[in-house]
Design a protein around this ligand. Structure first.
Ligand code: ZN
Length: 193
């Protein structure tokens, strides 16, 4: 266990040097691990420079879908003159294991399970945990977590665009961020249209 942890930190150390112009706070990794119950030993960069941590070697389709989701997000952000955090290289994305692959209607919608937190008692509460397609982890650097997909990669682009909305709002319009960050009282995505 000790060795695993040590190796992991060495890996992160290397990441700082070789992959990222972005500095990765150790707390960010810990948060992703704690919430998902996963480890993220694989890292990669998308063509446009998003830093990705993953439970397994990410498929090229997954990486391209991440770039596309941010393309879509930045395009709509420009309409509102939200210019902060509109570069792919400012984002870090964690790909967690899917704890559920289908929604209640049987559609392929990979979700990970996380502790309910502020969503306790809401419709999302499945008994102490809840399912999510994506979740914001950190504001600086911009970081969020999505579930691993094996098909329907257009869904990945959509989840990326939606989670990214919270971060764009956080950095460009804090009032609107506060009004839209918590979905337990209603409100969903897209926020920016
Ligand atoms: Zn949201």
């Amino acid at each position: 266990m000790k060795i695993t942890t040590l190796l992991f930190f060495i890996l992160i150390g290397l990441t700082n040097v070789t992959l990222a112009q972005i500095s990765i706070p150790r707390g960010l990794i810990t948060k992703a691990e704690t919430l998902s119950g996963d480890r993220f030993p694989f890292n990669a960069k998308t063509k446009k420079g998003v830093l990705v941590f993953s439970v397994e070697k990410p498929k090229p389709e997954m990486l391209n879908a991440i770039d596309k989701g941010l393309d879509d997000l930045f395009k709509v952000a420009k309409k509102y003159n939200y210019n902060a955090k509109t570069k792919h290289t400012e984002y870090v994305i964690f790909i967690a294991n899917a704890d559920r692959e289908k929604d209640s209607a049987g559609n392929y919608v990979p979700n990970f399970a996380i502790p309910v937190g502020s969503y306790a008692g809401s419709i999302y509460d499945k008994g102490g945990y809840m399912y999510a397609a994506g979740m914001v982890l950190w504001a600086e650097p911009c970081a969020f977590m999505i579930a691993k997909h094996t098909k329907k990669f257009e869904n990945v682009s959509e989840v990326v665009r939606f989670e990214g909305e919270h971060l764009i709002l956080y950095h460009n319009d804090r009032k609107r961020y506060n009004e839209t960050a918590d979905h337990s009282k209603g409100g969903g995505h897209p926020i920016l249209q």
